[in-house]
Structure formats: structure tokens, C-alpha cells
Design a protein around this ligand. Structure first.
Ligand SMILES: Cc1cc2nc3c(=O)[nH]c(=O)nc-3n(C[C@H](O)[C@H](O)[C@H](O)COP(=O)(O)OP(=O)(O)OC[C@H]3O[C@@H](n4cnc5c(N)ncnc54)[C@H](O)[C@@H]3O)c2cc1C
Length: 333
């Protein structure tokens, strides 16, 4: 028999949708992703992006902050407590042209479902340097709003890499905290950013553009604490000027990589309408409806703008309510 609702994903959007759907007696089935080397390398292991980070200071309800993995484990537990069933596999293929929809998972099993919530998130793009991975969460970040206010970055020089709207936004945001912001960009203009945002960034006296350059290596050291821990700490970046070939060192406490996100929609093979960057297009921006009736989208996979845990959770709530109403209108619930 077909499921009423399948939810794909395991970030704040997915677990919030699961909590609401389970409490609404939809008996949701959640595919949280598989524990595989491929997912580890892509940053898409179960529990989503917050499982890749440390302290979360901006999720309401935790005045002293909470570790990202702990927050996600709690959300998952809450969904399971209300009866959500969880499968630790990826959905690798979907047929949305038939009803009920047909899904196939990474174990080769198939499942039919009357409605579907896609909450598969997005992966921040990184430069792909080995040294960058070493200092991730120890200076290297892909989210200024998430990490910019952390004590380690206050009144310190910081590096932003990129030249589009993300770089403008991240750079402008970081000028609030940094002593100065180096903008490292491979060209000598920000042609891909909206002119007003780029102008605001470049006119800020704290911003020092480093044009025609790329980051070759993230530099750092390991500091031993009195408790015997060895903590990697970023101290700067080595940049290369692409025109002259010269390399130089920028001393900085942090590097914010602002070269966009890749939404996790590959398994859909174009069956849902997306924008040019692959984000699922919502038919009504206030709802979670997509180009296929009965399929709803929530979280970063459908959000090129805000990309925060709390906004993803809010969208997850909306998606569950939208799915419930749609199923009721179909007479399936
Ligand atoms: C390092 C870092 C720090 C951050 N810090 C903060 C912060 O302090 N505060 C804040 O508000 N936000 C923060 N964010 C942003 C926040 O993590 C995201 O906005 C949020 O996690 C998005 O939630 P989501 O539910 O859309 O999906 P995600 O968290 O992206 O999770 C989606 C998950 O779905 C699963 N999945 C993907 N494809 C499939 C598939 N085909 N089948 C089955 N499962 C699949 C994977 O497990 C994937 O990880 C941070 C992000 C990063 C990377």
C-alpha cells in the first residue's frame, strides 16, 4: 500500500516536517540519507549541515548556544517520539509522472507515496583545498551570518573569497565584526554581483579587494590547551596573483568562502521546476507547493536567500501543513 507522506532529508526542515506530520497522524516515512563515504565527502551525511558545525548561537530556545550535532539529534528524537519512521538510505531516483509517486532508495528498495516533501538541503561550495578542510570550523566557514559574530573573529582581519552576490553579502556582514575584510576574487571587478551590493561593499573603508587572485593555501597552526587538546587555528591564507604569478600571505583569523551553494536535487533529474542554480521553485512564495501537485519543498533546497536553520524549520512546518491539507482535499487523509 502506498504511503501517505514520504519526507526526504534530515536537516531542520525535514525533522520539523516529520514532527508536524506525525502529530497530524500522517504516519510519515523519512529517508534521512545513507552513511556512505560519498555522502561524507559531499557533506550530506544524515543530520544535515548543522551536523558539520560546532556552536549554534542563533537557534531560539538555547540562550547558551547548542552544538549543531546535538540540536539535530534532538530534532530527530522528537520526530521519532511522535512516530515518524526513519530509513537511513538515500533516495536515488523518483518518478513523479505517475500516481502514487514512486521512489527508489540506495538499498534498491522502492516505495510508493501519495505526497512527498523534498527537504534535501544544499551543500556550500568550497575551494577544495586540503588545507581548507583542515581548518573548517577552526577559521574556515561558508556562512558569515552563522559564524561571523563568534569571538574568534571579532576585531580580526578576515578573508572573503568570491565575487558574486554571496561575496557582497558575506563581506558587508563581516565588516560589522572584523578589523578589515580582504576580498579575494579571481577577476578585477564584481561583474556577477548586483551593482548596488558590490558598490556598498567596495566603498566600505574596512574592505580591501585583492583582485585577480586565488587562495592557494589556508595557513595555520595547532595550539595545545591546558587540557591536553590540540586545536587547529587558522592564521592566514597564501594567495596567488593570476596575472603576475606572485604569491603573498594575508594574515587573517578567518576565511569565508562565498562561492555559492549546490542544492541537493540531482536525484530528481529535472522533474521539478528549478531556478538556474538548481533551487526548487515554489509556485507560491508563501507556500511550499512545487511544479508537481502533491510534491512540497522545504529548507535550503528551495531557499536561495535565507539559508538558516530556523527558516528551514519554518518551511518544514509549512510543508507538513500543506501536505496534510492537500491529502485531505484528495480524500487520502
Ligand atoms: C558549517 C555550517 C555552519 C552553519 N551554522 C549555522 C548557524 O549557526 N545557524 C543557522 O541558522 N544556520 C547555520 N547553517 C546553515 C544551516 O545548517 C542550514 O540552513 C540548514 O541546515 C538547512 O536545513 P535543511 O533542512 O534545508 O537541510 P540540510 O541541513 O542541508 O540537510 C539536508 C540533508 O538531507 C539529506 N539528503 C540529501 N539528499 C538526500 C537524498 N537524496 N536522500 C535522502 N536524504 C538526502 C542529507 O543528509 C542532507 O545533509 C550552517 C551551515 C553550515 C554548513
Amino acid at each position: 500500500m502506498a504511503e501517505k507522506l514520504v519526507i526526504i532529508g534530515s536537516g531542520p526542515a525535514s525533522w520539523t516536517a516529520a514532527i508536524y506530520a506525525a502529530r497530524a497522524c500522517l504516519d510519515p516515512l523519512v529517508y534521512e540519507g545513507g552513511i556512505t563515504e560519498e555522502n561524507r565527502l559531499r557533506g550530506t551525511l544524515p543530520l544535515g549541515q548543522l551536523n558539520l558545525t560546532t556552536e549554534i548561537e542563533n537557534f531560539p530556545g538555547f540562550p547558551d548556544g547548542i552544538q549543531g550535532p546535538e540540536l539535530m539529534i534532538r530534532m530527530r528524537e522528537q520526530a521519532a517520539k511522535y512516530g515518524a519512521r526513519i530509513v537511513t538510505e538515500d533516495i536515488v531516483a523518483a518518478d513523479l509522472s505517475r500516481r502514487p509517486f514512486l521512489l527508489k532508495d540506495s538499498a534498491g528498495e522502492t516505495v510508493e507515496t501519495h505526497s512527498l516533501i523534498v527537504a534535501t538541503g544544499a551543500s556550500a561550495n568550497y575551494l577544495g583545498l586540503e588545507s581548507e578542510s583542515r581548518y573548517k570550523n577552526y577559521g574556515v566557514s561558508a556562512c558569515a551570518v552563522c559564524d561571523g559574530a563568534l569571538p574568534r573573529f571579532r576585531n580580526q582581519p578576515l578573508v572573503v573569497v568570491g565575487g558574486g552576490d554571496s561575496a557582497s553579502e558575506e563581506g558587508n556582514y563581516l565588516t560589522k565584526y572584523a578589523s578589515n575584510v580582504y576580498l579575494v576574487h579571481r577577476r578585477d571587478t564584481m561583474t556577477r554581483a548586483s551593482p548596488i551590493m558590490a558598490k556598498r561593499l567596495l566603498e566600505n573603508p574596512k574592505v580591501k579587494p585583492v583582485w585577480d587572485s586565488t587562495v592557494e593555501e589556508v595557513l595555520g597552526e595547532t595550539i595545545s590547551t591546558p587540557f591536553g587538546d590540540n586545536i587547529p587555528t587558522m592564521t592566514g591564507v597564501r594567495v596567488k596573483n593570476l596575472k603576475t604569478g606572485e604569491t603573498s600571505t594575508l594574515h587573517a583569523a578567518g576565511m569565508f568562502v562565498a562561492i555559492g551553494h549546490t542544492p541537493n536535487t540531482q536525484f530528481l533529474k529535472g522533474q521539478l521546476e528549478t531556478d538556474s542554480k538548481g533551487f526548487i521553485v515554489l509556485k507560491d512564495p508563501f507556500r511550499t507547493t512545487t511544479s508537481v501537485e502533491g510534491v512540497f519543498a522545504a529548507g535550503d533546497v528551495a531557499d536561495p536567500i535565507y539559508k538558516q536553520a530556523i527558516t528551514a524549520a519554518g518551511m518544514g512546518c509549512k510543508a507538513a501543513l500543506d501536505a496534510e491539507r492537500w491529502l485531505a482535499a484528495q480524500g487520502t487523509h
